[in-house]
Write a protein that binds this ligand. Structure first.
Ligand code: BGC
Length: 677
């Protein structure tokens, strides 16, 4: 079977598309009682614009406005609105705003419906601040957890990332234009402005591009190109990526803008690639573009094509009639409650030898360098900040108060010896991992281990207290082998947002159940992953990373992709698979066999031996379900034929598949086989 186009809409996204179609703003009627269609209005504007005015639509306006927004284009004479942009993977960065867990934590929620709501809230807050373009989500595959910006993406798996990114786009675009970024293969920080990523066509098409294609299919109005180059061409002037694949094959109708300052290099390359907007200021476009057209070096039709896209995007999203949103929505009680829901769904219980939940009346000690202050994550372009953030101690104290428990903050491990339980809060900070910007602390990580002082603290506490629970705050995988056997509980909290401490308290005391599942693999050792070279300016990405890499090398992970414990247990039964014209439908019964209500993330992995060098099992569908004790949920998972295609000089389909279903990449109790004609 062969596919002529790369169209690929994941099942969950399809549902979201249907559910949300009605939420997306209708294109407003043109002002002045005219009945022109959107295209007529665009052509009218275009015919009235001078070459200079057209060129002015194609670049940013020199920096942040007083409101902390990045402007681009806009024409008072003709009444064309400007783009007003703000960053946003964890919240709007222009001024104080509702601050969510970082996307890696939200990826751990495996909950696209929640992600849709999170993005909707960010979009509303952006409109309240006068903005109309959100510079999010990041949909780059996490090739290696040492990437400094790992926290800004959703995880290592292509399918999961595409589903979460598409949900964000749909949610954000109820009010603003979303800008998935960075197109493409931007997953090293230290050399990000110049590194050239060499990649073969199959790995590019099957692993790295599908999440970008998913957000295009979800209707993204804008995209941002990456700094790095791919196969020899900088991404802002990469014609194979932008002109041929993004706009050509995928039919992207929105605008593509460069990444900031260092994302452009050569006007002719940019024009040939059809880069529409240079941000944040005209280095190569602007006057130079006007001159290039006048000298005949650039065809004005190329400029017209970009300006047409820019103007029609502005009209499609109703930017000419700005939505009115009260400033009071920013950090409203409702929005802050959603940051808590998001934090609760993101934390992953990695180990629990009976240490949790904490019971009523306990004397609990809290210790560690991250015990008090809230840790929101990176301080680079994604640095959203709230008016107040709840740190671990404050949150644990609040939960303890409901349980008649006492909480004491201690400094030395020996002071904890008499406590009933000890919570050790450790992890990374913006000094360890983050975006590499001149004069900022961010960089790629030097190690996947915790700081030596943190490990010594954990071991010292564990030596004196038999009920030691470690809470880690970090943006991606932490290798835990040096200390994990010594402790009774481990929680991966990520950078959990403004209500992170509250969520920690509620989960540790069992007021809420853990729902998070790992969106990445935690290896026993960094050597189990592919080499991460943050110094070289030439790297090669191949087909093997994350769980694929471990499977390929027959290596056991410490904690598998998709893994996460909770205060209840689940059983899986009755897997059935049927094929149809559209794809494969799976049904499975999942029962909550414990005595607590909880959530399970049902995961379906597909493998085939028809294709050489294929990973033995790839995630192709997941669904999060909630159930009361004893309750059974019938789960339906849909996989389209396109989602099973492989690349070999075009999309092709294999016939014989093994399907494994379960609760993580290594716990797959049910399996079946299918043959696709
Ligand atoms: C980052 C982008 C960000 C832009 C604007 C760049 O350095 O790579 O992700 O959107 O700055 O803040």
């Amino acid at each position: 079977m062969a596919y002529s186009s790369a169209m690929r809409i994941t099942p969950i996204v399809t549902v979201l598309l249907l559910v949300t179609a009605s939420c997306i703003k209708d294109t407003p009627d043109p002002p002045g009682g005219q009945t022109d269609t959107l295209n007529d209005r665009v052509e009218d504007w275009l015919s009235e614009m001078t070459l200079e005015e057209k060129a002015a639509e194609m670049h940013g306006s020199l920096g942040l406005s007083v409101d902390g927004l990045w402007g681009a284009g806009g024409n008072e004479r003709l009444g064309i609105p400007a783009f007003q942009m703000s960053d946003g993977p964890r919240g709007v960065t222009a001024g104080a705003s509702s601050t969510f867990p970082v996307p890696m934590g939200r990826g751990a929620s495996f909950d696209p419906e929640l992600e849709y709501q999170v993005a909707e809230v960010m979009a509303l807050e952006l409109v309240a601040k006068g903005g109309n373009v959100l510079l999010a989500p990041v949909v780059e595959v996490l090739r290696h957890p040492a990437w400094g910006r790992a926290q800004e993406t959703y995880g290592e798996d292509t399918h999961h990332l595409g589903v979460m990114g598409a949900a964000f786009v749909q949610g954000a675009q109820t009010h603003v234009v979303a800008t998935p970024k960075h197109f493409a293969l931007n997953s090293i920080e230290d050399t990000r402005f110049d590194v050239d990523v060499t990649i073969d066509e199959r790995s590019l098409r099957e692993l790295y591009l599908p999440p970008h294609r998913d957000v295009v299919d979800a209707g993204a109005g804008a995209m941002m190109s990456a700094y790095n180059s791919v196969n020899g061409d900088y991404c802002g002037e990469n014609a194979p990526l932008i002109r041929d694949i993004l706009k050509g094959e995928w039919g992207f109708e929105g605008v593509i803008m460069s990444d900031w300052i260092w994302g452009t290099h050569d006007i002719l390359g940019m024009v040939e690639a059809t880069l529409d907007i240079e941000m944040p200021a005209p280095r190569f476009y602007g006057e130079a573009l006007v001159e290039a057209v006048e000298s005949g070096a650039v065809d004005e039709a190329m400029v017209d094509d970009s300006v047409r896209r820019i103007l029609s995007t502005k009209l499609r999203f109703g930017l000419d009639i700005p939505e009115q949103v009260e400033p009071a929505v920013v950090e409203s009680a409702e929005h802050v409650a959603l940051t808590l829901a998001s934090a609760l769904s993101s934390m992953v219980l990695l180990k629990n030898d009976g240490a949790l939940p904490l019971e009523t009346g306990l004397a609990v000690a809290v210790i560690g360098p991250q015990a008090v202050d809230a840790n929101l994550g990176d301080v680079g372009s994604s640095a959203a900040n709230p008016t107040h953030a709840v740190g671990p101690l404050e949150g644990i104290e609040a939960a303890a108060a409901h349980h008649g428990a006492t909480v004491s903050l201690v400094v030395l491990p020996e002071d904890t010896a008499t406590a009933d339980a000890v919570i050790v809060v450790v992890g990374l900070t913006a000094n360890d991992e983050g975006e590499q910007i001149p004069f900022f602390p961010g960089s790629d990580r030097e190690t996947l281990l915790l700081h030596t002082a943190d490990v010594e603290l954990i071991q010292a506490v564990a030596a004196v207290n038999p009920r030691t629970v470690v809470v880690i705050q970090a943006g991606s995988a932490i290798v835990v082998d040096p200390w994990v056997d010594a402790v009774q509980g481990v929680v991966m909290a990520w950078y959990p947002g403004m209500q992170g401490g509250t969520a920690m308290g509620q989960l540790l005391f069992g007021d809420a159940n853990f729902e998070g599942r790992l969106p990445l693999t935690i290896p026993h050792d960094e050597a189990d992953l592919p080499l991460f070279d943050a110094e070289s300016f030439a790297v090669t990405y191949d087909y093997w990373h994350g769980y694929r890499h471990l499977d390929h090398n027959d290596t056991e992970p410490r904690f598998a992709f998709g893994f996460g414990l909770s205060y209840t247990t689940w059983s899986y039964e009755s897997l059935q698979a049927t094929t149809s014209e559209a794809g494969v439908t799976l049904t499975v019964s999942v029962q909550n066999t414990g005595d607590r209500a909880g959530a399970e993330v049902v995961q379906a992995y597909f493998g085939t031996t028809d294709i050489p060098d294929r990973a033995p099992r790839d995630l192709r569908a997941f669904k999060k379900v909630w159930a009361q004790p004893g309750e059974t949920v019938e789960v339906v998972l849909e996989v389209k034929h396109e989602d099973l295609a492989y690349w070999d000089d075009g999309w092709n389909g294999a016939s014989n598949w093994t399907i494994e279903v379960g609760s993580d990449h290594r716990t797959l109790p049910l399996s079946t086989t299918i043959a696709i004609e």
